[in-house]
Ligand binder design. Structure first.
Ligand code: GUN
Ligand code: FE
Length: 438
């Protein structure tokens, strides 16, 4: 018998498509070497299993719900320490007064060690199984963050940030050469070192990256074939600044595209926010296969606005959800799902009544399949559903703490679990078939 096989039993729920869930009440989830081998109806008992699977031990989670793990497609690990502060500011002031001073502290490795330890501990205990994140400009503390995520068994893309202009002295690389050189050292030191933690190229945003730096990053992207993350069309003040800095660019996205850092072949790219991406910019995203990381809570906290997510979906732009800690104050992807649904209702009511609000199914899909597809493009096993061949990333949810006093359907339970956003409901979490918490 293959020792690396296991079966989980419970009420299984995952996306069949953008608008539809597949529910097995109850179901078996088959796993081999960390990979999902399918999900089957279990109501008829073990007869549903083929001969070879009937001998495999079953972990029975009874009435619990089993869903795919959440992928947080955009967050800032060093900002975790000051979440929930400066929430009365807009982006540029908040960066100057909160984000930049806090990030400067990560020059000191002993400080980074302490701060990242707490962040990783909390991420491990959360609903998130994969996360695509910014570190700071400091390559040694970025490396330390990667070590900690790896040790915790989490899957992650981590970026050492590049920034060489329009930033305070304490958080600015002195030249494009220095920024590129530090990035190369970081890439060389981390390449292939971790099981499920990989580097991602991270120009912070156009205002903080000179043309010389962007040109060097283009060369590094090509040489190392690594994915790219950055920010796009987030806040009116920022967008106006980009217009002034890049008068020759047709749109904000074009300012990245000119340097080959906006998707296309061998350059999986995720752009956070896209709140003000107009038709032209969205068409460019679609053409280049750029992912949008929708971060509704951050967009509310920093008074940025509401991203036109319905348009992204209608255009077939690949879209995931991000917490954008600490623009977002919550690390919870369940909260991000709820915020996405709520923001879409206000968009529909107040901005454009032809843009139907998001259904729970759609926001759930973005948090699982949408983000998972970016990781797949970045070289990870597929995730986000329980289809054969996908990574076995699963959350086991027990709604006992929510005081259910009558029977609910699995769909109702899922909605309630997401809206209540209570981490006490997380009974177990698996990443690539390995139990990582509880
Ligand atoms: N744009 C550039 N840097 C940042 C950041 O740290 N947070 C957010 N929300 N937007 C940014
Ligand atoms: Fe961000």
């Amino acid at each position: 018998m293959n020792q690396n096989r296991m079966i989980l039993k419970g009420n299984i729920c995952y996306s069949r498509s953008l608008s539809e869930l597949r529910i097995l009440e109850p179901g078996y989830l088959l796993c081999e070497d960390g990979i999902c081998r399918g999900a089957l109806e279990a109501s008829g008992g073990p007869e549903a299993l083929s001969e070879e699977w009937r001998q495999v031990p079953v972990t029975d989670y009874g009435g619990c719900l089993i869903i795919p793990g959440m992928t947080d497609l955009h967050l800032h690990a060093p900002q975790y320490e000051f979440r929930g502060m400066g929430m009365d500011m807009e982006l540029l002031d908040w960066l100057e007064q909160y984000a930049f001073p806090a990030e400067a502290g990560y020059a000191k490795l002993s400080y980074a060690d302490r701060a990242y330890e707490g962040f990783v501990e909390d991420l491990k205990a959360s609903f998130t199984t994969r996360a695509c994140m910014f570190a700071t400009i400091h390559r040694e503390s970025a490396e330390l963050l990667m070590e900690k995520l790896d040790k915790a068994g989490l899957a992650a893309l981590v970026g050492k940030v590049n920034m060489d202009r329009n930033s305070p002295d304490i958080l600015r690389e002195k030249s494009p050469e220095e920024s590129a050189e530090q990035t190369v050292q970081w890439l060389e030191r981390t390449a292939g070192r971790f099981l499920q933690v990989k580097p991602i190229l991270t120009p912070r945003f156009i205002p903080s990256c000179s043309d010389g730096l962007m040109e060097r990053l283009r060369r590094l992207q090509k040489a190392y074939r690594i994915p790219v993350q950055s920010h796009l069309s987030e806040n009116p003040g920022e967008i106006q600044w980009v217009r002034e800095l890049c008068p020759e660019s047709a749109c904000y996205g074009d300012a990245y595209d000119r340097f080959g850092l906006f998707g296309g072949e061998d350059c999986p790219t995720v752009m956070a926010h896209c709140v003000y991406s107009d038709r032209r910019e969205q068409e460019l995203m679609k053409e280049r296969g750029v992912w949008a990381a929708h971060c509704p809570q951050s967009n509310m906290n920093l008074s940025s606005g509401i991203a036109p997510v319905r348009e992204f979906l209608d255009r077939g732009i690949k879209t995931g959800l991000g917490t954008d800690v600490a623009g977002g104050h919550s690390l919870s992807m369940f909260r991000a799902i709820t915020d996405a649904v709520q923001a879409s209702k206000l968009y529909w009511r107040l901005v454009d009544q032809t843009k139907k609000p998001l259904a729970l199914e759609e926001a759930f899909y973005m948090a699982t399949v949408g983000g998972g597809s970016f990781f797949e493009a970045a070289g990870f096993a597929a995730s986000g559903r329980f289809e054969p061949g996908q990574s076995m990333d699963a959350l086991v949810l027990d709604d006992g703490p929510l005081r259910a006093s009558r029977d609910y359907t699995a769909r109702q339970r899922l909605e309630r679990l997401i809206y209540f956003d209570d981490v006490r409901t997380l009974k177990a979490k698996y990443i690539s078939g390995k139990k990582v918490s509880h």
